[in-house]
Design a binder for this molecule. Structure first.
Ligand SMILES: [Zn+2]
Length: 141
């Protein structure tokens, strides 16, 4: 069994258990992984790492043609604006700051920044809570 922290489009966070990663992917693809609070099938893993500075060689997950694309983009932008307005920008020190806050060596507060894939993997393994910051196409000039 594997536990995932999931988050729906309305930012409800919840945990769900799956037999394995493939079982999660299969159920998620069928849209039967739903939010227990609002029943939305639009859920994603909360503990993944796109917040992360990407090398140009990395690929990015993209979608197009969703009927609510404009709404989804506006919601992502609102979330991003809220985080960046309320949290401290720590740049590439994100992983070490998140760890310090987790270990109560640093003041508990909202932060955002970038981390490498290796740092993100280590944070997940250590059970440190964070979430991806949506990056919007218009950010990339
Ligand atoms: Zn929900």
């Amino acid at each position: 069994m594997i536990q995932y922290s999931l988050i729906c489009e309305s930012e409800h966070k919840f945990d769900a258990w799956f037999r394995n990663a493939d079982a999660y992917e299969a159920q998620h693809k069928k849209g039967i992984v739903t939010c227990p609070i609002c029943s939305s099938g639009n859920v994603t893993k909360a503990l993944m790492a796109p917040a992360v500075a990407r090398k140009s060689s990395d690929t990015v997950a993209l979608s197009s043609g969703h009927p609510q694309q404009a709404e989804l983009r506006a919601a992502m932008k609102a979330l991003r604006d809220k985080v960046t307005a309320e949290a401290d920008y720590v740049g590439d020190r994100f992983a070490s700051e998140a760890r310090k806050i987790h270990d109560q060596e640093s003041e508990k507060r909202g932060i955002y920044g970038e981390a490498t894939r290796e740092e993100v993997t280590a944070l997940v393994e250590d059970g440190i809570d964070f979430m991806p910051l949506p990056s919007l196409p218009e950010d990339r000039n």
